[in-house]
Ligand binder design. Sequence first.
Ligand code: HAM
Length: 420
Amino acid sequence: MARPTFQAAPGTRDLFSPTTDRWRAFTEIFAEEATRAGFGQVALPMFEDVGVFTRLGEASDVVSKELYDFRDKGDRHIALRPEFTASVCRAFAENRQLIPWKAWYAGPAFRYDKPQKGRYRQFEQVGAEVIGSHDPDLDTELIALAVRFYERLGLNDVTLLLNTLGDKADRPGYLDALRTHFESNLDALSEQSRVTLETNPLRVLDSKRPPDAELIAAAPLITDHLSDDAAAAFERVTSGLDSLGIAYTLAPRLVRGLDYYTRTTFEFTSGSLDAAQNAVGGGGRYDGLVSDLGGPDEPGVGFALGIDRTLLACDAAGVFAEPDTTVDVWVVATTGGLDGLAIADELRRGGLSVDRSFDHRSMKAQMKAANRSGAPVAVIVGADEADADTVSVRPLLDDRDQVVVPRAEMLATIKELLPS
Ligand code: HAM
């Protein structure tokens, strides 16, 4: 086949039905779970002043390498959102809401990442954030929201990795300890990690490079540098999860790809995805981000789940299949008049899903289309039926007989024939 003139940009994809139906179902289930947990939906712009996102941390790849930024026609420096949390905080700072403010969202995010399976330049997230409460029970509730959502999808191979990064005041002591540890073993550290060490020693823990593994395993733990308050908050989260029967793995060296986290941090990984992109979701507390963005000093906590990756994990696990999009009824009309149009409209208004052929195809061609569609019932109107104001109703998937019924009884007859 000749190469088309244009192709979707690298790292972007076209999705078609029934894949899109599955994506919609995913978001609808998430919306239902979030609504049950008292969250309201927030709809935010897909682009913001670049400054909203540079607050995520200049030392993170998301900001330093992956931002889609440009100057618009008004010479504003704009970036497509790489995630939602910063926009949620900006929106809160700008349009104060009653606290605790609980918001969920869904939509695309953009990162100039190296495209590969499970890693795209435009990808979708669903997520939830709470602004205005320090209560660690909220951390637990948010984790539970994500876990119950995975359960509804039928995705059972997800591991919850749990850590705390302590308070801002705990950080300098821990960073010093990390720096001392890595600097005294500098020769063993990969070159890239030596560079990272200069800007953010915490991020060295995130290195997946084999030479760093041994040093990372021996690195000091944040848990030895926690304030009493941060330690007690973490203890409350773990006991909350225990009380809900939610399993977790303590991951004392888990650092996330964004720099705003304080206290609880977590990641969900799927056993059926390649290690490089096995994170299907993640989140945590970000107690200084709202004030960094010019808002009041309110704490925040939340998570986001990647739809693309979660669905890959569902495929690998054989769960949450694409929904059946077969219509209930196929209308076959050969009168050349407006019968097909009217019948399809009447049946759709009666609550059925209906499709039909166009372009005045022959009876044979229309019946072929009806059979191919997988619809359990065909409604047929030829000249005889039209004259007598009747329709023929034919079951297509079994050997029940075709019946001729008055047009006024069409809907009721079909409903009786359809599997409930
Ligand atoms: P994140 O870990 O950067 O966190 O992204 C969350 C999820 O989005 C990842 O676990 C992954 O499933 C998906 N994801 C990220 N990048 C890509 C990509 N290039 N292609 C496909 N999927 C991707 C955040 O975004 C934070 N805002 C989460 C959060 C909310 N923290 C607090 N509140």
